[in-house]
Write a protein that binds this ligand. Structure first.
Ligand code: ARG
Length: 470
């Protein structure tokens, strides 16, 4: 048989080889080679299934497995020769195997690159989601350490970036931990969605050969909670579907949004204006011009990376929008944004953990910021409410107290009691006790509130949860 094409896999009906420019344009091996371990796992399971149903012999299966193991070892050792002219990871591995093992010519029986790449990616998503969930838990643990080391520190909580009400610093950190916890759960959900085996869908319409899809699914660990194999239910959807890519990128993008908000708080906290925290030198940089500068570059990059993660999501949405069923080569462009989202998300989680771990809380600055009695103006209104005053009336009365304090240039708790009584007769001698911060926090005892009792429960909850996942 005359070889007119370099493509041993699909070159049969061609009389001319692809142009060099076309090879360069259409290759994906430069980025999909990272799928090699998953591709090889898929091929081993597929060939085991082929032997199981009698489409190849046990000896052929064993030769294929040994060949694939050797190739994987070479890849891991950096000795494997990747060839651009073989387009992608699948053909590079299959061709290398064919050179070594004659039985390799039977490996692609009842399989297409379309269900093969879908399988590789589903295996990769399960792996990637596990890695990211772990890294996010690492960042949560770093935050929990800071909360534990600064358990009694109070800061103002902010709305509109204006001081609002006092909270424990730990309460603020726990808000971040909650955000990250939803991210971790989201990645675990994506891994669950990935847990269906595409092999057997073929190029689009399955195969005429008597394969056993459940066998392959079991061999690859596509199992439900009860250990039953899960296989995709429509061969056309199987090769066309890229929902997982979008879900994964969306989970990364939302994580990026969370991290950018955390980073922004840290940037503010480390500024001279706030000075609630000093960021570690190891995650800051200096200025080439201004010797005094210490810039929060890691945090700024965390904020900036979120744009990139959103961009990747958008690329995938646009890539798949309006594509006719089923597989189209456009879909090869699905991998770079997903891999980039993974790499950047992994980095961001690690950098967040590193930044937080080395952060020093400036306890005195926090205490000074939270000492303004005005932060407890709402508590003063609650004081009146406790005495039977309707809240709207109480709010109005405290507003008048605030106005008077501003006029007298006095702190809110320094108004003479006679003046207070003039503003509202329900104010009694004990009114100024409201401004005791400890008392104010202790009263906030409900679930989810920043009081010390409620917070103690949150400490327990996170210590347990983050240890369990360790
Ligand atoms: N490299 C290809 C991709 O990532 C593999 C699937 C190729 N399938 C095909 N029919 N050309 O999409």
């Amino acid at each position: 048989m005359a070889k007119t094409s370099s493509q041993a896999t699909w070159g049969g009906r061609f009389t001319a080889a692809p142009a060099d420019l076309m090879l360069q344009f259409s290759e994906s091996v430069s980025f999909d080679r990272r799928l090699a371990p998953f591709d090889i796992a898929g091929s081993k399971a597929h060939s085991a299934m082929l032997a199981h149903v009698g489409l190849i012999t046990a000896a052929e299966r064993d030769a294929i497995h040994a060949g694939l193991d050797a190739i994987l070892a070479e890849i891991k050792a950096g000795k494997f020769k990747w060839e651009v002219k073989l387009e992608d990871v699948h053909m590079n591995i299959e061709q290398a195997l064919t050179r070594r093992v004659p039985a390799a010519a039977k490996l692609h029986t009842a399989r297409s690159r379309n269900d093969q790449v879908a399988t590789d990616m589903r295996l990769w998503f399960k792996h990637a989601c596990g890695v990211l969930a772990q890294k996010i838990a690492g960042a949560q643990r770093a935050l929990l350490e800071v909360a534990t080391a600064n358990r009694t520190v109070l800061i103002p909580g902010y709305t509109h970036l204006q001081r609002a009400q006092p909270v424990f610093l730990a309460h603020h950190l726990f808000a971040w931990i909650e955000m990250l916890d939803r991210d971790g759960a989201r990645f675990r959900d994506v891994a669950e969605h990935a847990n269906w085996c595409p092999l057997g869908a073929g190029a689009i319409a399955g195969t005429t050969l008597p394969i056993d899809r459940e066998f392959t699914a079991r061999a690859l660990g596509f199992l439900d909670a009860k250990g039953r194999p899960q296989v995709t239910q429509n061969s056309m959807d199987t090769v066309a579907d890229r929902d997982l890519f979008i879900e994964f990128a969306a989970a990364c993008a939302l994580f990026g949004v969370h991290v950018s908000r955390i980073a922004e708080d840290l940037i503010l906290w480390s500024s001279a204006e706030f000075k609630f925290a000093e960021l570690p030198d190891a995650f800051c940089t200096g200025s080439s011009l201004m010797p005094q500068k210490k810039n929060p570059d890691a945090c700024e990059l965390l904020r900036g990376k979120s744009a990139r993660l959103q961009g990747n999501l958008h690329t995938l949405l646009t890539l798949t929008k309006g594509l006719p069923l089923t597989y189209n080569r456009d879909l090869q462009e699905d991998k770079p944004p997903v891999f980039d989202s993974f790499d950047q998300t992994a980095l961001c989680a690690d950098v967040l953990a590193g930044t937080v771990t080395g952060m020093k809380i400036q306890v005195e600055r926090c205490a000074a910021a939270v000492s303004d009695p005005a932060l407890l103006a709402t508590d003063l209104a609650d004081y009146l409410v406790a005495k039977g005053v309707p809240f709207r009336e109480a709010h109005h009365a405290v507003g008048a107290v605030v106005r008077l304090a501003e006029k007298n240039n006095a702190a809110l708790n320094q108004i003479p009691t006679e003046e207070m009584k003039k503003i509202h007769p329900a104010f009694e001698e004990d009114w100024a006790e409201v401004f005791d911060l400890g008392r104010a926090l202790a009263k906030r005892s409900g679930t989810g509130m920043p009081g010390p009792g409620a917070l103690a429960k949150q400490f327990k909850r996170w210590e347990k949860k983050l240890r369990v996942e360790r």
